[in-house]
Design a protein around this ligand. Sequence first.
Ligand SMILES: [Zn+2]
Length: 407
Amino acid sequence: MTKTAMTEPWFITNASLPGRAGRWRIGIAGAHIASVQPQDDAGARDLGPAWDAAGRLVSPGFVDPHLHLDKCLTSQRSPGTASNLDEAIRAVRAIKAGFTVADVAERGRRALRMGLQHGTVSARSNCEVDRSAGFRALEGLQQASREMAAQVDLQLIAFPQEGWFDNPGTLEDGAGEFVAQSLSRGVKVIGGNVNGALWPSKPQDQVDATFALAAAHDCDIDYHLDNADVAHAFTLPCVADKVIAQGWQGRVAVSHIASLAQVSDAQAAQTINRVREADISVCVLPTRIRLTRVMELMEAGVNVACGTDNLRDPFVRFGDADPLKALLLLAQLTFNLKDAGLERLWSCATTNAARMLRLQDYGLAPGCAADLMVIDAHSPAQAILEQSPRLAVFKAGVQVAGPLSLH
Ligand SMILES: [Zn+2]
């Protein structure tokens, strides 16, 4: 396996690319893509070192936009299985009390390496900061992020899993002040657990508090929002209005928005238009069976991404951090098993997820980072349906995973 980026240009020839017909030749120089050209056998001989993909799919690497690395791989620490959100939050609260920085860092690295084997070279993880975890989970994931920096870019969200406000005697345990403090500890993304069916406080008050914090610190926002299958827990319209009022278009992402599926079609259509206007990214997580109105959001032009979510913890007991599995689940849950639909869903774990994370140099064009994966399939549709092996994964032009050594 190559350990450093080759400064001399090298090429992947005869590649199939997502969303483009024909065969392509990709030139890579150092950490970046130097060229993407239609395959031309006559001119290909003297280019320099080349690997013949023989029609295999070469795609920008997966971007996993929604993880919970702090509590990943802890399901063995919890007796029994949580049957609802409330129970899962309490189970994790007990586990968090035992977190050490080294423990979180070790599990975080392990999960990032799992993702890397599947092609994930950029990711965003929630990290709980609150009375139970203090800042130990944050320090652990920051350590894992530094140690894995050459293989994967990791963004961290300060996540108030325990609720924003302090309401003694209730589940809501005042994590908001921990989120605020974490912004002076290097966190750039403000989280929220905005759920009108869960907390005694008003969801709009948490939205106001997080937007004020975002304005004061020039931060982006990434909420767990409306994660309830009831029409009355519907804060999405307020969030969209707030984004537009504050001029935060393109800087806010929301996950779940399950209650959008419960409101009337007319109310949903009106809200979806407002979400597009606010340029809010929506992250869907098929660890959940009932998703939101995924296809209506996509049809309306909303940026929709897909993440792998929890990984073997009290919330979700299964998983291996493979975005390709998440895409197959998403395809099944949205009835998208034809080629065109699958091709479209591919963007949810690649270009759309990159847009949600505001990655600047992501893509398949000259100048983009050489963050690539070679897949043993000829198209995104085949890759999703057959769960095809990732043969080689590159970060900044350096092979970081995969059984096949390209040069
Ligand atoms: Zn989540």
